[in-house]
Design a protein around this ligand. Structure first.
Ligand code: ADP
Length: 293
């Protein structure tokens, strides 16, 4: 048995008396792709922070590639939640990717400088960013900036890749391109991927297991095990329907169950859902109540 890429045992995270999750046992094997789903505030980003060593568990243990997590862990690549960079950010794309490499090395000798350039060039080429690598990142489009973030995360050949909503606000073509880059790296390096997402469908063919967090509870299993009407209704504590349409998974709550809350909430669909009107006789998808605890 190889060392698990990630091992959480009896893991609990609470802020004050608010328990985000408890009793979490999860071993992720090298090369495994785990999607992390759950409504806003269910603790998905906090889980990433635990694995990065930025947040201590309240109880239990965590290992990343066999070691306790810590800053600068060279086994970890991290794609943070996307925020558009300020147009005045003058750092070049090439530099941004270089920082990802430098995080893993100290004091480059002459040979190190050549190796750094080769690795940065390769990472830029892998994400198709060579053409704009010399431009200030603040002036690039959201999709271009996101490709650079992926290159920055991959340049150190991490064995664990943590991705926090990496497809958010990308168009379909870029969603596909970024998913393929992450998957290509996983296959080439046998890296484990933890992929936080509101929308499972763009990565569904890649997903080995789902960790679905809701309000202090969770389920872990294959998409077929977790993404069912029965399991998610139990998890949410209210009736939701999981509908499969042309190979895609849609999680819906009906209007009548949820409409009393619609005045207070936005129109975020349930995690794992697409806004999909009229699916299987449900008119109007209202995930508001559930999506925004
Ligand atoms: P998600 O990524 O699923 O939206 P987060 O992990 O960002 O959830 O946050 C989970 C909950 O924990 C949120 O309600 C958030 O406000 C709270 N939270 C996050 N970090 C802290 C902190 N350092 N101290 C107290 N509460 C926090």
């Amino acid at each position: 048995m190889s060392t698990p890429a990630v091992a959480l045992s009896g893991a609990r995270l609470a802020y004050g008396d608010r328990v985000l999750w408890a009793g979490l046992d999860l071993e992720i094997a090298p090369g495994e792709f785990v999607a992390v789903l759950g409504p806003n505030g269910s603790g998905k980003t906090s889980l990433m922070r635990v694995l990065l060593g930025l947040q201590r568990l309240s109880a239990g243990t965590v290992r990343v590639a066999g070691s306790p997590p810590g800053r600068g862990n060279r086994h970890i690549g991290y794609i943070p939640q996307q925020r558009a960079l300020d147009p005045t950010v003058a750092v070049r794309g090439r530099d941004l990717v270089g920082f990802g490499y430098d995080g893993h090395t100290w004091g480059l000798g002459l040979r190190g400088i050549g190796e750094r350039r080769r690795r940065v060039d390769a990472a830029l080429a892998a994400v198709g960013a060579t053409a704009y690598a010399e431009r200030p990142v603040g002036l690039l489009s959201g999709g271009e900036q996101q490709r650079l973030r992926v290159a920055q995360a991959l340049v150190g050949d991490p064995s664990v890749l943590l991705c926090d909503e990496p497809l958010l606000s990308l168009d379909l073509a870029h969603q596909r391109a970024v998913s393929e880059l992450i998957d290509g790296h996983r296959r080439a390096n046998d890296s484990a991927v933890l992929f936080v997402t509101h929308e499972i469908n763009p990565v569904l063919p890649l997903v080995d297991r789902v960790l679905y967090l809701v309000d202090g509870k969770f389920r872990i299993g294959s998409p077929d095990e977790v993404m069912t009407t029965e399991t998610l209704s139990e998890l949410y504590g209210t009736e939701v329907a999981v509908v499969r349409v042309r190979g895609q998974i849609h999680v819906v709550g009906t209007h009548s169950e949820l409409c009393e809350d619609t005045a207070h909430h936005g129109t975020t669909p349930l995690p794992g859902a697409t806004a999909h009107h009229g699916a299987a006789g449900h008119h109007g998808v209202t995930g508001h109540h559930l999506a925004d605890h």
